[in-house]
Design a protein around this ligand. Sequence first.
Ligand SMILES: [Zn+2]
Length: 414
Amino acid sequence: MSNLKLLSRILRLKGMKITQVQFKDYGRELHLSVKPHKNGCHCVQCGRRCRILSPGRSARCWEDIALLGRKVLLWYQPREIECPTHGRGQEEIPWAAPYARLTYRSEWRLCTLCQLMTQKAAAQILCMAPSTVSDILHRIVTRVRYAHHIRGLKSLGVDEISYKKRHRYATLVYDLDRARVVWVGEGKGRETIERFFEEALSEGQKRRILWGSCDMSRAYTEAIKAHCPNAKLVIDRFHIVKALNEAVDEVRKEQWRELGPEQRESVKGLRWLLGMGSSTRTKAHTRQINRLSRANRRIHRAWVLKDEFEHFWSYHYLGSAKSFLKRWMTAALRSRLPSMRTFVNTLRAHSENVLTYIERSLTNAVGEGINRIVKIAKNRASGFRGLHNFADMIYLIVGDLDIPDHIPSPLRSL
Ligand SMILES: [Zn+2]
């Protein structure tokens, strides 16, 4: 076996032949001159074999996976061809995507590393600057997703997430059946969600959506109603519970402000306790709250209302759920607590879409689960430079498309 052939075996270079080997930069870089194995000059777009026009103007270089701490660079001079359909252009390179600086297999490695760890850690392993890693990642994600269409979307969830300080938001659209993110857009509200419906879905796809889940903001409910004629809306349980907890907390805050320093002692340390669900509460917690019925009636009243509302989620029949909701709303209005009244008014405006929960207990909980993963990724990276870096990570970790799977790499092990 010749030395070049042996080297080619060690590096597992498939579909190419080494013609020359050179060490540069005091042995830190291994430069290989290569050429495609089969002498076919194929069109990048259609793969057809084409006529060669010229041997190409300049040599190009691709970075491969580093070998024992040495950078491996592949050099080749792509030839110019003429496709009968697509005209003049550079021939297809079997080891890398057009205009890419990395070979397919090092792209694949970069993607898998970024799925597992922070971009900073991946950059250290790959001996690159973190900004280079995120730029390359962005190019890969954009290229792979460009050819992708959303498929089989029947239950859609919409939620927003902040990705930077100073209230910068991104809107996420989920496929709730598959628990994946299908779209990420900058901003929140009607404008952003409109962009999703226009960009990502065809008219037929919109008609095929049967369920939609979102929070109580008009922006999302109305956009879903306007675009998906067959969709039934379910207001997300998580958001309703959150709004109710906030209303209870508002009562606590108002009491705190009104009471003097001595009386405050009785309502101390309640914030966390009031937000607790009945499933996580112990007897000691219940006793502590019951003491409130004497110490502070207003907070206790708000808490009782909140606790009663939990029953709503366990109903199976629409009729009984409806009458429960009506009774509960009347009781809440009679409580003379302003924040509870505001909550009831919001609930009443959406009551039709709140009741659909009984029919199908669809929640963004799947989405909230994804959100948690996204938040972990966000905290791990301690912020992102911009939305596109954040979106890349979301698509890579919880997107509906397995990005490394779409890189045609013959080498799939680290
Ligand atoms: Zn062609």
